[in-house]
Ligand binder design. Structure first.
Ligand SMILES: [Zn+2]
Length: 394
């Protein structure tokens, strides 16, 4: 009798432990996401009728969102994080580059991160119950995030289209002329850690839809120095080979997070224009996150785009006004044809607004005296033209 009572107690205790474990497994990922990707508390932003009217006629494009890193189902609307399709539609977003993060240091900072520092994304992959192969392979992490974006199109073709070529872009624009809330998504990498040290993986990433690659993230890597690493080095031999392979495949090269020496080296050897997918300008906001304005000028001279971020380390505040001021500064420095948007939404930043509220930027740009033509370009026209010129023809 005593044994059966004890067994009964043990059974109940086991069930309780299992319930607690399952609840924790289900609750922890959204808790992490909510904590890592907040939006500052704010009253609704003032948006004039003329700004609203203009905003609704813009092609809006953003070069950098890490939304695939989190377990949110991007088809649904959430009250946390920064991006999902319903909120993109509310913000009138047409084009979104989804960047896949594969390695990020614990104790991440903008000044100096040792290559030997532990990687945070491994713990995140385990906590979010990603497939086991993503726990050890950075390439598989990129592929897993890419599949999430590709599945958006399969599950939701009336609202989302993946764009991989100039032809796709043409089809997308045609479809959007009769379906004004269709969102076009593209795939990029944050750093080239997803190569897992193997140049052949560039082609594998290309075959799986990746059309933009950045070179470094917070660590120095096999390609060269990070802006936040320890060496400040330029491109390595491996990095030069990687650039050549990216150019051969018409992969857009993103030099955000790269050391200034890497940016100079890439400018020397690249025959295609470069993108900085998320940054600010030092002349507007002096920050270790931003490379020198003179390098920005060099990138623009070669036809490149500088995409302005929405967080404090890039533009010294996180309000629509500060983003608009950075854009205005950029236009003064390099011209309206070379400035674009690069939010870094869902990249563990704290913006003052989410993607549904982008009309507040249009309002502030008008308030700062930008012309309608300039606003059309920076809000997405430049991104569209760049993609029309630089995506592969398949
Ligand atoms: Zn980044």
């Amino acid at each position: 009798m005593l044994i059966s009572i004890n067994r009964n107690k043990l059974y109940k205790k086991s069930i309780f432990v299992i319930i607690v474990l399952i609840s924790a497994l289900l609750l922890i990922p959204p808790m992490i996401d909510r904590n890592m990707n907040p939006v500052s508390d704010h009253a609704p932003y003032e948006v004039s009728d003329s700004a609203k009217a203009l905003h609704n006629t813009l092609i809006i494009g953003d070069w950098h969102a890490d939304s695939a890193l989190w377990n949110r189902d991007l088809k649904k609307i959430y009250d946390y994080g920064h991006v999902d399709i319903p909120r993109m539609q509310k913000g009138n977003v047409a084009l979104q580059m989804f960047t896949t993060v594969t390695k990020s240091p614990s104790g991440q900072n903008y000044e100096s991160n040792k290559t030997s520092t532990n990687d945070n994304i491994t713990a995140l992959a385990i906590a979010q119950r990603w497939p086991i192969k993503t726990w050890t392979s950075l390439f598989e992490r990129a592929m897993f995030q890419a599949d999430k974006i590709k599945n958006l199109e399969l599950d939701n073709p009336e609202n989302f289209m993946l764009i991989e070529s100039q032809q796709d872009l043409g089809i997308f624009l045609l479809k959007r002329s009769s379906n004004s809330t269709l969102v076009g998504g593209l795939l990029g990498t944050e750093g080239s850690h997803a190569l897992d040290g193997n140049l052949k993986n560039i082609k594998r990433l290309y075959r799986n839809g990746f059309r933009m690659m950045s070179l470094q993230h917070f660590f120095d890597n096999k390609l060269g120095g990070s802006l936040h690493g320890t060496s400040g080095d330029g491109l390595t031999e491996f990095g030069i080979e990687a650039i050549n392979e990216m150019m051969r495949l018409n992969i857009i090269i993103d030099v955000s997070h790269s050391s200034e020496n890497v940016v100079k080296d890439v400018l020397d050897i690249s025959t295609q224009p470069l993108v900085i997918s998320h940054t600010g300008f030092n002349g507007h906001c002096e920050s270790p996150r931003n490379i020198s304005d003179s390098l920005m000028v060099e990138i623009a001279k070669k036809g490149g785009l500088i995409a302005v971020g929405f967080w404090d380390a890039a533009v010294c505040d996180n309000t629509p006004r500060s983003v608009a001021e950075a854009i205005k500064f950029g236009i003064g420095l390099i011209g309206a044809d070379h400035v674009s948007l690069g939010s870094d939404f869902d990249g563990t930043i704290t913006p003052g607004f989410d993607i549904s509220e982008l009309e507040a930027i249009t309002h502030e740009l008008l308030e700062l005296g930008l012309s309608e033509t300039e606003i059309r370009k920076v809000m997405g026209g430049n991104m569209l033209s760049f993609l029309q010129d630089n995506l592969p023809i398949t």
